[in-house]
Write a new protein. Structure first.
Length: 270
């Protein structure tokens, strides 16, 4: 049998999207890894599976798998891609995407530009989670030049480090060490941010289970929340990633809004 797929990306953060709403797709861990493999499969940062929603308020359920085969709780760029697919199907500008971390309301705000309410930023040490009680604005963990991060959960755990020069940080070397540090019982996404202006910052992210990616939506959200907590931004900023920019706003009710572009790269069959 063959299974159709979409190859989509948000600012270079790329996904293989499978539709299992009409019939289930057998995806053991080995098959997830094979699809995500950039040499032997299609290749992607995350494998996305559309399923029927279990919440009446949702239009679709989005399941997220990392290249290592493990399941992820959130992916902002994938949410925008999935929202775009369902909006096109239903001829609407608003849909609600369900994930294992909650409901994400999405809206089309321009041609190929989607805005998503990523839900509330969680700041308590138990919610992130980390190994012990601490001030999550100053986590007691680090490696080499990366020290004193801010902890945030956007449905998945993030540690955001602020540095003076992002180009001098060997994130490919430090990322794996920090991701697997015992301080993070569920591992963590490792973000490194450099402030450019009061309303602009650069960001690179080592994603849990995926490694370095060109863009990380939930990481951008976590970075702006972290910068706001440190008094570096006024709750809203543009986050410059390697292939484009996301606009992030931490609302007064605690929710985080993310706006950015998406694209369909190609269609195919597995």
């Amino acid at each position: 049998m063959t299974v159709p797929f979409l190859k989509m990306h948000g600012l270079g953060n790329d996904f293989v999207v499978l539709d299992a709403r009409a019939r289930p797709i057998d995806l053991p861990v080995e098959r997830r890894r094979a699809i995500a493999d950039r040499r032997l499969g299609v290749g992607c940062d995350q494998l996305i599976v559309l399923e029927p929603p279990t919440d009446r308020a949702a239009d679709v359920f989005m399941r997220i798998y990392n290249p290592d085969g493990g399941e992820a709780g959130a992916c902002g760029n994938a949410t925008r891609c999935v929202a775009s697919v369902v909006m096109d199907e239903r001829k609407t500008d608003q849909v609600t995407v369900q994930t294992i971390s909650g409901l994400l309301e999405s809206e089309k705000v321009g041609d190929g530009v989607i805005s998503v309410d990523m839900g509330p930023a969680l700041l308590d040490w138990r919610e992130i989670p980390v190994a012990g009680a601490c001030d999550t604005n100053h986590l007691p963990v680090g490696a080499g030049p990366l020290q004193d991060p801010v902890g945030t959960s956007m449905g998945n755990p993030h540690a955001t480090f602020f540095v003076d020069d992002l180009s001098k940080i060997p994130l490919a070397e430090l990322g794996p060490t920090l991701e697997h540090d015992s301080f993070f019982p569920e591992r963590a996404n490792i973000g490194v941010a450099q402030m450019i202006a009061r309303d602009k910052l650069k960001l690179r992210v080592w994603e849990r289970g995926a490694g370095l990616t060109l863009a990380c939506g939930s990481g951008a959200c976590a970075a702006v929340v972290a910068a706001s907590r440190r008094g570096l931004v006024d709750r809203k900023a543009d986050v410059m990633l390697e292939r484009g920019t996301l606009s992030i706003e931490w609302l007064r009710d605690g929710h985080v809004m993310m706006t950015g572009g998406i694209a369909l790269a190609f269609k195919g069959e597995l």
